[in-house]
Design a protein around this ligand. Structure first.
Ligand code: ADP
Ligand code: MG
Length: 698
């Protein structure tokens, strides 16, 4: 496929398709809905549905679905065909405005955390016209939000749209104060860099742990891992290149701006980054990207692992959420401008982010919390669980100068005066030293690096948008009533720097000394696990901020906390059960067979040559037998810990037991198993080794 511009977006009912297929009046009114969020009347919806269907059918579609993002974190769809009976006994292809706007999936089995009483099994899906419909296979997919009949959000998209709305509202207030009368909306944009592993299907099928849990629960370190740093940006193997080529084509057809791809740090690890776009579209696209990665991999005899930590001792996979805010006119509000006035505005938005990240460290941590991601954060490969911000030396020096009314070296005046002095351009930091920061300023955007590879980016952006909206709300309240705008602005920026500079850290985030300084001296939060952070979703300050901005209701927050904790408990419990099962069915029998084979051979050798010592066999039988006993004991302990979960009073209690008993018991069981793997002949070991798996793709 050579002509990319020709097929780019061919499966998307995008602006081009709308223009070409809709009557001018219908197009104009839909465009207004998309751009300004105005309501759509049913006449227009009918016309759009008809055109959308004809377009989809002409491309081979037979079905439609409301595509949504329930709280399971993956996407859901239920297909209906377009056919409707016609009086002559045949069928016609039909799709009404009503079907486009609203769907009623029988969604009783999606998690709702008690929001949808089971007798009221049906929630409904509502079309999100800001994200284009697209064709997947033979199905027209209509991106939708998913709500209960009580009006509660049951998905990840509804609160995301609300948070974008809140951010826009507050940011516009600030822009008006700076004399901007033309901007109608402020939008947040995201470019998520997606990491993943590719292994062969053959290896995958031989590992029950990978199949059931997405990660290996056993496995000794291979003699060669990522020590040599020879994989990062290295030559892409032919099997991987073929996969990437097809993946790109599929993504481009769906209008997804897949841009860069390269090898990552670990063997078999890769990354794909798209060009950034509006946050809710970026979220839909990222969900689609993850799904298509897995499909394309299967076509190539490969499996794409999106788990945060598929291999112990090998780098895990994350997702970098590059985030910025801009006006509908395209002005990036996180980019220093050319005039002193623009600079003051930039500094205010920058301060809003600094304040937001400091005030809501807990929400940012919560937004990336899953059982899988807990293995990465703080493990010297991903940012620590402590949130801090990297601004770079230059920008930090500017803030210092403002805080202290001191001269800034880069400016000739004796004192930084907002609204008067021109700031230097902040070039993005080209060195690599900011890679360890969870939240880094990179010239005209922030890169939030704590997301796990399988996370929906929705949660992180809901919290980020909301927290920044809250800072802006506070600023706007003050500035709108200030007698002298400029001095009030100056004071406010100064105060933000003073109050929140503890969150700024330009050093090495992987350093243990930093964690100590952060928690002991600066009082920053360090929630190491999902069980630690998740209950804080309901802290008074968080509830008050999120509800007052209209992003969540109290009930929605309660249900989300419960669902996230349930997910955490369930995934770890499945892992624990898988371990117990693998020990009984595979690992212990393999060690026993190998041990008796050793003993048998030694006995045979001695019968043949009586004076032989057979020390090798003897010692190995002893060591492996000891390990088998230890494995048996640790397996029982783990099984007991899992059984003990039944006594937990509620999901919070259960998550604490998971953290304090099940997870440590899993680690304890893994150790003797991995040691036994190293001592057991390859022909006896029932699982492919890390080396086999990581170097399996040719
Ligand atoms: P890196 O060195 O981290 O790879 P890049 O400049 O290549 O940095 O960008 C990484 C990601 O950030 C890409 O997805 C890119 O589209 C996105 N990005 C660039 N500018 C912005 C912006 N203003 N807002 C949001 N994302 C952006
Ligand atoms: Mg990056």
């Amino acid at each position: 496929m050579d002509n990319i511009p020709e097929y780019f977006g061919e499966l998307v009912f995008d602006d081009r398709a709308m223009r070409a297929n809709l009557p001018a009046k219908v197009y104009a009114s839909l465009r207004k809905t998309i751009d300004e969020g105005t309501e759509l009347d049913i006449g227009v919806a009918n016309a759009v549905a008809e055109a959308m269907k004809n377009w989809a059918v002409s491309k081979g579609a037979t079905h439609f679905t409301h595509w949504f993002q329930p709280l399971t974190g993956i996407t859901a769809e239920k297909h209906d065909s377009f056919i409707a009976p016609s009086p002559d006994g045949g069928v016609i292809m039909e799709f009404s405005g009503k079907e486009l706007i609203k769907g009623e999936p029988d969604a009783s089995s999606f998690p709702s955390g008690g929001l949808r009483a089971t007798f009221e099994a049906r929630g409904y899906t509502a079309w999100d016209p800001t994200s284009y419909a697209f064709i997947k296979g033979r199905t027209l997919c209509v991106p939708t939000a998913f709500c209960s009949y009580g009006g509660h959000a049951l998905d990840k998209k509804t609160p995301l749209l609300r948070s974008m709305e809140a951010l826009s509202r507050q940011a516009l207030r600030i822009l008006r104060l700076f004399g901007n009368t033309s901007a109608k909306r402020v939008v947040s944009s995201v470019g998520p860099e997606q990491e993943y592993f590719l292994i062969t299907k053959e290896m995958y099928d031989l590992r029950p742990d990978l199949r059931f849990t997405g990660r290996t629960l056993f496995g000794a370190k291979p003699p060669k891992g990522q020590e040599l740093d020879d994989h990062y940006f290295g030559v892409i193997k032919p099997g991987v290149a073929a996969f990437m080529e097809e993946l790109n084509e599929d993504l481009w057809k769906l209008g997804i701006l897949a841009k860069t791809e390269h090898n990552e740090v670990a063997p078999a690890q890769h990354e794909l980054a798209p060009i950034y776009t509006t946050t809710n579209v970026a979220t839909d696209h990222n969900q689609l990207t993850m799904e298509i990665m897995q499909k394309v991999a299967a076509k190539h005899g490969l499996v794409c692992l999106l788990h945060e930590k598929p291999f112990d001792g090998v780098n895990g996979s994350g997702k970098h959420n590059n985030w910025s805010i801009s006006t509908d006119g395209g002005q990036n509000l996180l980019s220093p401008g050319d005039t002193p006035y623009e600079n003051a505005q930039f500094l205010l938005f920058l301060c809003a982010v600094i304040k937001a990240v400091d005030d809501y460290q807990d929400l940012l941590r919560i937004s990336v919390a899953t059982a899988g991601n807990d293995h990465r954060l703080g493990a010297n490969e991903a940012p620590p669980a402590v949130i801090s911000m990297f601004l770079g030396d230059e920008l930090t020096a500017v803030l210092d100068a403002i805080e202290n009314d001191a001269p800034y070296a880069g400016v000739e005046k004796t004192q930084m005066k907002l609204g008067v002095d021109v700031l230097p351009k902040f070039n993005r930091d080209t060195t690599d030293r900011n890679r360890t920061s969870p939240f880094a300023f990179t010239g005209n955007k922030f890169e939030f690096r704590m997301l796990g590879s399988s996370n929906s980016i929705s949660c992180a952006n809901i919290m980020l948008n909301s927290a920044v909206a809250e800072s802006l709300r506070i600023y706007a309240d003050r500035l709108e009533n200030a007698p002298d705008f400029e001095s009030a602005l100056h004071e406010m920026i100064k105060k933000t720097i003073k109050d929140h500079k503890r969150i700024i850290f330009n050093g090495n985030g992987y350093d243990d000394a930093w964690i100590e300084e952060a928690t002991e001296k600066r009082g920053l939060l360090n929630y190491r696990t999902t069980a630690d952070c998740m209950p804080h979703l309901l802290d008074e300050k968080n509830v008050s901020m999120l509800t007052s901005l209209g992003v969540f209701t109290v009930d929605e927050l309660k249900s989300r906390r419960d669902i996230m904790l349930e997910n955490y408990c369930k995934s770890v419990t499945i892992e624990a059960n898988t371990m117990v099962n693998m020990v009984h069915k595979r690992i212990a029998p393999a060690i026993t067979s190998f041990t008796s084979e050793l003993a048998r051979q030694a006995t045979e050798k001695r019968t043949f040559v009586p004076e032989l010592s057979c020390r090798y066999e003897h010692d190995l039988v002893l060591r492996l037998s000891a390990l088998t006993d230890e494995i048996a004991e640790k397996t029982d302990a783990l099984a007991a810990a899992v059984a003990g979960l039944r006594d937990a009073p509620d999901v919070i209690g259960e998550s604490v037991l998971i953290r304090d008993t099940v997870l440590p018991d899993m680690e304890a069981l893994r150790k003797p198993c991995d040691e036994a793997e190293l001592l057991t002949a390859k022909s006896f070991w029932p699982l492919p080794s890390y080396g086999d798996i990581l170097f399996s793709v040719k």
